[in-house]
Design a protein around this ligand. Structure first.
Ligand code: HEC
Length: 465
């Protein structure tokens, strides 16, 4: 910036001296007066010097003046406030001066360490529509603002981008909200719980889902959830049933129409399909929800709900789900010996048709360390899908590609998951470590890759999501 300023000044000097030269040469023709010439030149040079000093000083001064209203608020509005506002998932708001001011040191620490915003995928590997991270300049700005004494500054007149974005939201299509039949009570015995719930949709015609949202009732209790769809209407009377209950085995034998419609974790609140693309929903289908409750020392209640938006527009393309599971692991068996790090490799069947990917979500539990997935086309081209170099059990995101990502017929998807079942892993739930195998409980392990896609159409590579 300073360099640009100095350049600008030097151009200015040249320009000014050219002008004075021009004036003088014009005057020269009339009368030639050397004293006047020298004096004028001197005054102009003095004036320019004065201008440079003022400009440089102003620049340095303004560098020291990073204030909340002018520099910090826009960063927080863009990257933090979606979660850090009243009624959202984060424990406190960051949309006002008082809260930001009182938590400034913590904000500095979590942004420097890149703990917040919670974004775990490597964007040098692949870019996503929903990527949210601070660049180094923004991190430095926050740091300097704190070091400089947390100036508040004056609010600029124009409205923030956030308010504008909210105004521009499209009109909402037909939306249904379905809650638990009755609140579920967690006894407060410090056990983590995996419970099932049956939520009948009561939607009497076939529809296309435009978006799916899960709204946790008790944010301190609900750890994550998974929404499934059953079209048989035979899975009922399961509300609050534990995953360990043998009665649940009966229904687990029934093939679900969609075993993984949506996996919710804090921050992964909603799946929104692009315009013209929807997920098929058959009339009178039921939602089956599996909720993971965190251990609680006190008795608490939860009444969560789901919100489904059906499309108003005509749907041209149907979103499908491709799930790679432990069955796709090439180096079986999926067993994690104690005191060891293990790596597993998954391989999809060869794609029989060309498809275009919308989003991708890797899934592992507490022993997970890293996850990487890519596809190899029949020509040997590698298409990067997702790389999470430091797996974070608490922030499992559905990564939506920036544009439809075609995989030609004959491609194969590969994934690699690294697990740490040693005492060096602070999240290892077993001390000493035990043999760990597949299971839904977070103390067991999983390796999944859930992909939403549509059949390929010419020009898909240019379709922005
Ligand atoms: C996707 C949602 C989300 C976004 C975006 C987000 N946060 Fe958070 N943040 C949370 C949640 C949930 C918690 C509480 C759980 C935790 O600490 O992980 C949290 C915790 C925090 C904490 C407390 C950490 C601690 O150790 O107690 C700070 C400070 C914070 N966030 C700052 C920020 C800032 C600054 C940004 C933006 C640069 C941001 N967050 C963006 C969801 C979010």
């Amino acid at each position: 910036m300073l360099v640009i300023l100095l350049k600008f000044c030097s151009i200015l000097i040249k320009l000014m001296s050219n002008i004075t030269n021009m004036k003088l040469s014009y005057k020269k023709k009339l009368i030639y007066c050397p004293i006047l010439h020298q004096k004028q030149d001197f005054i102009v040079k003095l004036f320019i010097l004065f201008l440079i000093i003022i400009l440089c000083h102003f620049k340095l001064y303004s560098q020291g003046l990073i204030d909340y209203e002018g520099s910090i608020k826009p960063i927080l509005d863009k990257h933090c406030v979606s979660c850090h506002q009243k009624g959202s998932i984060a424990p406190f708001a960051l949309d006002n001066w008082e809260d930001v001011n009182s938590r400034a040191i913590m904000i500095g620490a979590v942004t420097t360490s890149k703990y917040m915003p919670p974004w775990r995928a490597d964007t040098s590997f692949q870019h996503y529509k929903n990527e949210n991270y601070l660049d180094q300049a923004e991190i430095n700005l926050i740091k300097k603002w704190i070091e400089g004494g947390k100036e508040k500054g004056k609010a600029p007149r124009k409205k923030s981008g956030l308010a504008k974005a909210q105004k521009n939201l499209a009109p909402i299509a037909k939306t249904i909200s379905i809650g638990f039949n009755q609140p579920f009570v967690v006894e407060g015995d410090n056990r983590e719980e995996f419970r099932f719930f049956h939520l009948p949709s009561k939607v009497s015609t076939d529809q296309y889902i435009q978006s799916i949202e899960f709204i946790p009732g008790n944010k301190g209790l609900v750890h994550h959830s998974r929404i499934m769809i059953d079209t048989t209407n035979e899975i009922s009377g399961i509300d609050g049933l534990s995953e360990e209950d043998t009665a649940i085995l009966k229904f687990q034998t029934k093939p679900l129409a969609d075993p993984f419609l949506f996996g919710w974790v804090p921050g992964n609140n909603k799946i929104q399909f692009p315009k013209g693309i929807g997920k098929r929903f058959y009339a009178n289908s039921d939602f089956i929800v599996n909720v993971h409750y965190a251990p609680s020392p006190i008795k608490m209640k939860d009444s969560s709900s789901i919100k489904i938006e059906f499309s108003n527009d005509s749907i041209e393309r149907e979103a499908q789900t491709l799930t790679l599971t432990e069955n796709n692991i090439a180096n079986q068996p999926f067993v994690l010996p104690p005191n060891k790090k293990s790596t597993f490799f998954m391989r999809s069947p060869v794609l029989r048709d060309s498809i275009s990917l919308i989003s991708i979500m890797p899934h592992m539990h507490l022993l997970g360390q890293s996850f990487k997935a890519y596809a190899i086309t029949p020509n040997g081209e590698i298409i990067n899908l997702v790389n999470v170099p430091q797996w974070d059990f608490n922030w499992q995101t559905t990564y939506t590609f920036k544009q439809l990502t075609p995989l030609p017929k004959g491609s194969v998807i590969y994934a690699q998951g690294v697990y740490d079942n040693t005492i060096d892993n602070p999240l290892n739930p077993h001390h000493p470590p035990k043999v760990i195998q597949y299971g839904w409980g977070s103390k067991d392990e999983m390796m999944n890759l859930v992909i939403y896609y549509v059949s390929y159409k010419n020009g898909d590579e240019k379709v922005l999501l």
